[in-house]
Design a protein around this ligand. Structure first.
Ligand code: MG
Length: 396
């Protein structure tokens, strides 16, 4: 059975006005979260993380459970920032060691890391960093673009490539800790690791110095070195360790949010609010779309029937409403048959009639038909003129 003893402390440091670090440690879980963001937002992000990780890991003490707990914290921070714009941009690192139970019932220590808070293992006076920093400079060291020494002074050494609260997709480094009885594990924020060298960490954190004394001396030493950031340290010492039956070392990528509501009331409330807002936006979008679509249909309809023209309907001059060739599904409609025959037009007018003669109104179309017929009539002998009728009569 794995068992550890522990001591912990967190300090504002000498420069910052508030402490945005948050820590938690008990018999099965140790967490350090280094919050960032103005208007006390960093404190909210780190406190939310500690709260959710503790609650969820307590319900599901497996490595998957702790990973899901970190995922839940990430989502909660993003939701909180969305609901509270003054906290936009807040985030936090998280480094945690949990005593996780595997399928065979073996309980062993597992490390979880996002950001640049660190985990060190101390054994026999030697220090080994267990976590990889997720900062631009350290990523470049792993890519071979910088040396470790260059990274320590590089201007982008504090720029994180991973943190909670940034985006829904989260990557968490998960690894089993290969520990022995007597080993110590130090979890700390960068306010400690940036101020103290590896030699100082070994000197102050190693046995036989009692855990409480080690932690208070680590904090004091970081303050004396400048205390430019919040300083947090959790020191664990294993009395007994069982080894994981199937050691893990992987980077877990977050999955889509589970459908079931979170056990945390606030998270559930936030989720409901998001769903409501989502539904409201969808309905508004549909209404705007339908209004625009309806407006387009009305404009096309108006254009399609905004004009009249004279045409030849089986030898008779007729008045049609609409565009001669139609518009989309709107075809011209015959609105009037005159009593004038197409044959009773001058040849040139007859050609124009075949090509349709457009007029802006029904009255203008009727007038034009009468005018064309009159022009033809003028060219006829008096005996032929008796075959005509008037438009008035036809319309009446
Ligand atoms: Mg910090």
């Amino acid at each position: 059975m794995t068992h550890w003893r522990y001591a912990s402390a967190t300090d504002t440091g000498l420069v910052r006005e508030t402490n945005q670090d948050a820590i938690y440690v008990d018999d099965t879980l140790a967490v350090v979260a280094d919050g960032m963001g103005g208007h006390a937002a960093g404190e909210v992000a780190s406190a939310l993380t500690i709260d959710l990780v503790c609650r969820n890991f307590g319900e599901r003490p497996t490595w998957e459970g702790l990973f899901r707990a970190i995922e839940a914290a990430n989502r909660a921070i993003i939701a909180d920032a969305r609901d509270n714009p003054e906290r936009f941009g807040m985030g936090t690192t998280v480094i945690a060691v949990g005593l996780t139970r595997d399928a065979a019932g073996v309980v062993s220590p597992t490390l979880f890391n996002v950001g640049d808070s660190r985990a060190y293992q101390l054994r026999d006076g030697a220090l080994r960093q267990l976590s990889e920093d997720h900062s631009v400079a350290e990523e470049w060291v792993r890519m071979g673009r910088l040396t470790s020494e260059e990274a320590q002074v590089h201007p982008r050494r504090h720029q994180l490539t991973r943190a909670l609260g940034v985006e829904d997709e989260l990557q968490v480094d998960v690894s089993s800790i290969d520990a022995e009885a007597g080993d110590r594990i130090l979890l700390c924020s960068d306010g400690l690791s940036n101020e103290l060298s590896g030699e100082e960490l070994v000197r102050l954190a190693s046995p036989p110095m009692p855990l409480e004394d080690s932690v208070s001396q680590l904090i004091d030493a970081a303050r004396q070195a400048g205390g430019r950031d919040n300083i947090s340290a959790i020191l664990l010492e294993f009395d007994d360790v069982t080894v994981a039956t199937a050691p893990i070392k992987k980077t877990m990528k977050s999955m889509p949010a589970p459908e079931e509501s979170s056990p945390r009331p606030n998270a559930s409330f936030a989720s409901t609010r998001r769903r409501r807002r989502f539904t409201w936006r969808v309905w508004l979008s549909v209404a705007v779309f339908l209004l625009v679509l309806g407006g387009c249909v009305l404009v096309v309809h108006w254009y399609a029937y905004s004009t009249y023209y004279l045409g030849d309907d089986a030898g008779t001059i007729a008045v049609y409403q609409g565009q001669p060739s139609g518009v989309l599904w709107y075809k011209p409609i015959k609105v009037l048959d005159t009593t004038y025959k197409a044959a009773q037009l001058r040849p040139a007018d007859r050609q124009e009639l075949i090509a349709t003669i457009e007029e802006p109104t029904l009255a203008a179309a009727k007038g034009q038909a009468a005018a064309l017929h009159g022009a033809w009539q003028m060219g006829q002998t008096p005996s032929n003129a008796t075959t005509t009728t008037t438009l008035k009569k036809a319309a009446g």
